[in-house]
Write a protein that binds this ligand. Structure first.
Ligand code: NAD
Ligand code: UD1
Length: 339
């Protein structure tokens, strides 16, 4: 009998890549998603890669009734990877209640169903945004969290606090919160990648959509930061490395290797690249010039975010293995296949 794992938000960008990693490692996988930001076609695409079809449950986790029903049905699962959330930072500033309501209600309903069904192993998608503007880089997990500037980011910080409170009273639970830095890239098959709705907010899809001709040019948000070339520095991590981090985190708690009921790990490459570095890497791998214009800073951007990924390496045995050019090339292949 295979071990059953539930992946919420499983048809999304990171969830689908993680589903592939789990299926390829021999797990039975159940995807739960309401498809508000993803497509049902993802299930077929996962099958095309793995030859295995995950079970798919179309459920809004904000509905307590639907959530209870689906977890009762899959109460024999032994772990949950919780990706389901809304993630558009700018939209969350405009619609704070929608973000708090969706992200926190879905999390609390999922945790409640997990506890009721004694599914005691839980991995949570957090974000480097919980560090706000850090005091120093690289950022270790010891760095104090700060109130993120956006409701989206704050829903991650509050989510971590809710889980911490829960582990204090529910001694059976083991939780790992993974704080992702900047996930980019796509599956090498070209079957899975990021599908932004509307105009992308993030750098990588904006670059590939510009190069394919959907956008006139990329706007570089400021070149007056205190960095080597004036543009902000980020820690980009390949989505396949990220998927692997989830597998390793899951195995840590399934094997009882966790050292406390709630552990937190940074998931980044530990390397920083500026916006111009990413543009130049794109030009090298695609062999084409990218039209761009330097414009004013974007509100809320910080000069530099780089992870210390040492703890993940020491405790999970995980390290990012794919470099910037590989990440950018896979994102470009995905964009070309989409059009
Ligand atoms: P995504 O939008 O591609 O995937 C999220 C999935 O959750 C979507 O398929 C969506 O339909 C589903 N969903 C949302 N609300 C739901 C609900 N109430 N019930 C059921 N399904 C619901 O996003 P992603 O990039 O794959 O991100 C996955 C997780 O990682 C999210 O929690 C996100 O906040 C977090 N994260 C993402 C990034 C990033 O850059 N992509 C960075 C840090 C953290
Ligand atoms: C953003 C979110 C962060 C979230 C992460 C993943 C903000 C302020 N932060 O991180 O909370 O966890 O996405 O979803 O929105 N850039 C441009 N032009 C563009 C787009 C981006 O110059 O059109 C620059 C930005 O200024 C930034 C870098 O590229 O310096 C990376 O931006 P982005 O991909 O949006 O990620 P973050 O801002 O780091």
């Amino acid at each position: 009998m295979k071990t059953k794992i539930i992946i919420t938000g499983g048809t999304g960008y990171i969830g689908s890549h993680t589903a592939v990693a789990l299926l390829e490692s021999g797990y039975e996988v159940v995807l739960i998603d309401n498809l508000c930001n993803s497509s049902i076609n993802t299930v077929g695409n996962i099958y095309s890669i793995t030859g295995l079809r995950p079970k798919m449950e179309i459920v809004d986790l904000c509905s307590k009734k639907e959530c209870d029903e689906v977890f009762n049905k899959h109460g024999d699962a032994i772990g949950i990877i919780h990706f389901a959330a809304l993630k558009a930072v700018g939209e969350s500033v405009q619609k704070p209640l929608r973000y708090y309501q969706n992200n926190l209600t879905a999390l609390m309903n999922t945790l409640d169903s997990a506890v009721k069904n004694k599914i005691n192993n839980f991995i949570f998608s957090s974000s480097a945004t919980v560090y706000g503007q850090p005091e120093k880089v690289p950022i270790s997990e010891q760095e104090k969290t700060k109130r993120p500037f956006s409701p989206y980011g704050n829903s991650k910080k509050i989510g971590e606090e809710i889980m911490e409170d829960l582990t204090l009273v529910n001694k059976e639970l083991s939780i790992i919160s993974l704080r992702y830095f900047n996930p980019i890239g796509a599956h090498k098959s070209g079957f899975l990648g990021e599908l932004p709705t509307g105009t992308p907010n993030n750098l990588m899809p904006y670059i590939t959509q510009t190069a394919i001709g959907l956008r006139d040019k990329l706007f570089v948000f400021g070149n007056d930061y205190p960095t080597k070339d004036g543009t902000p520095i980020r820690d980009y991590v390949h989505v396949l490395d990220l998927a692997d981090a989830h597998l390793k985190a899951l195995e840590r708690i399934l094997n009882g290797q966790n050292e406390s009921p709630m552990e937190v790990f940074n998931i980044g490459s530990g390397k920083g690249y500026s916006v111009l570095d990413v543009i130049y890497a794109f030009e090298r791998v695609s062999g084409q010039k990218l039209p761009y214009e330097i414009t004013t800073r974007r509100e809320g951007d910080v000069p530099e975010l780089i992870s210390s990924a040492d703890l993940a390496n020491e405790k999970l045995g995980w390290r990012a293995t794919r470099g910037l050019e590989e990440m950018v090339a896979s994102a470009w292949e995905w964009e070309k296949k989409l059009r």
